[in-house]
Design a protein around this ligand. Structure first.
Ligand SMILES: Cc1cc2nc3c(=O)[nH]c(=O)nc-3n(C[C@H](O)[C@H](O)[C@H](O)COP(=O)(O)OP(=O)(O)OC[C@H]3O[C@@H](n4cnc5c(N)ncnc54)[C@H](O)[C@@H]3O)c2cc1C
Length: 334
């Protein structure tokens, strides 16, 4: 039986349990959120032993080399010395602006903490200092901005999103950054395909804005999906970005038949922009692109992200060029 050494305790692993579950069984507090290896809030560090590959999937290369791992999916075969990591230290910030992008979508602007560096498309963990409530949110702004822009879906009875709606001027904390949905500036000719549902647009926007600033030359397809046309909450702004970037093509996907509202209010001179009444995965997969050449970013609804990741891989895009951020809901400890 493998053992883990943690804060002076030697703990025998229990068959089938993860490191996170074993520590919780001992009554130890470890921050966790999605408990599925995605949100990276449960990262711990080991200075010994071989980790199963899944325990480091999606972590930055620099983190992997330092022994950071996802405790929620790590079931070790060998003994590990485990410690908490410093990388996730909280940076104090302030919510400088909260506005409405659509009836159920907030634009939340945070002061950028001075020591906080990130790559476009990454996400943060946002903490409410009064009670430690924490949720991950993707960053829609670019790294050289003095603020962090978030797009937050306002959920019925949402603890964090409900609080954020009235939180302008409040103090908060930012942990991170996390995730690898990032733009790579050394691939200016690479075709990019960005697809997301709802506020899954936020990290895609970060990637798109950074690609524009870097002078990206390859074609970029941005596909935004929503149930209703009002969920395409950034369509007008995207059309304006497209006017400055001829290699950008936009496709909207909506499931409800109120497409005309959006299409008719858009600037008519932008002929490439189109909104289709079809599910996003169908729209993405009907793209006439050389799949083997693409770099693909998929964000938003977890089922859709998972389905598309598989379809895009089967169509020929190598896994290392598929970046996926499923917006998983918080999962309570079992
Ligand atoms: C890597 C990552 C990045 C994310 N980025 C963003 C982002 O940029 N913008 C954004 O709006 N959200 C994002 N999310 C989701 C976000 O972290 C929260 O889940 C969401 O804001 C709900 O928090 P809440 O406290 O308002 O709702 P809660 O109080 O946690 O939940 C209220 C109700 O909504 C349900 N619910 C909670 N979360 C979700 C969800 N994600 N999908 C469906 N139902 C849910 C709950 O089951 C509950 O019934 C991201 C998630 C992950 C894992």
């Amino acid at each position: 039986v493998a053992k883990i050494n943690f804060e002076g305790r030697a703990l025998d692993m229990v068959a089938g349990q993860t490191v996170l579950e074993r520590l919780e069984l001992e009554g130890l507090q470890v921050t966790s959120f999605c408990r599925s290896g995605v949100c990276q809030s449960c990262v711990l560090r080991t200075t010994s032993g071989n980790l199963p590959a899944i325990a480091q999937a999606g972590l930055k290369e620099t983190w992997k080399r330092q022994g950071y791992f996802l405790s929620c999916v790590c079931k070790p075969d060998v003994d590990l010395d485990v410690s908490r990591c410093e990388e996730g230290a909280a940076h104090p910030t302030r919510i400088v602006e909260v506005s409405t992008l659509a009836p159920q979508v907030l634009r939340v602007v945070l002061e950028r903490p001075p020591e906080f560096a990130f790559a476009a498309g990454q996400f943060i963990q946002l903490l409410r200092p009064t009670d430690g409530l924490m949720r991950p949110y993707s960053i829609a702004s670019v790294p050289d901005s003095g603020t962090l822009e978030l797009h937050v879906a306002l959920l019925a009875n949402g603890q964090m999103s409900g609080w954020l709606a009235g939180a302008q001027g409040q103090a908060a904390e930012v942990r991170g950054p996390f995730g690898e949905c990032i733009y790579l500036p050394d691939e200016l000719d690479r075709p990019l395909l960005l697809a997301g549902t709802g506020t899954g647009l936020a990290p895609l926007l970060g990637v798109l804005r950074t690609a524009m600033a870097a002078g990206h030359r390859g074609p970029i397809r941005l596909m935004h999906g929503a149930v209703h046309s009002t969920g395409l909450y950034y369509w007008q702004q995207l059309c304006r970005l497209q006017a400055q970037m001829p290699q950008l093509s936009l496709v909207g996907s909506v499931l409800q038949p109120d497409v005309e509202d959006v299409a008719e209010s858009g600037p008519r001179e932008i002929v490439q922009a189109s909104i289709l009444r079809a599910p996003l995965d169908e729209v993405v997969m009907s793209s006439q692109v050389a799949w083997a050449e693409q770099r693909v970013y998929l964000c938003g609804h977890p089922d859709l992200v998972r389905t598309l990741r598989k379809k895009v891989f089967l169509a020929g895009t190598p896994l290392q060029r598929i970046h996926a951020d499923p917006f998983l809901p918080p999962k309570a400890a079992a």
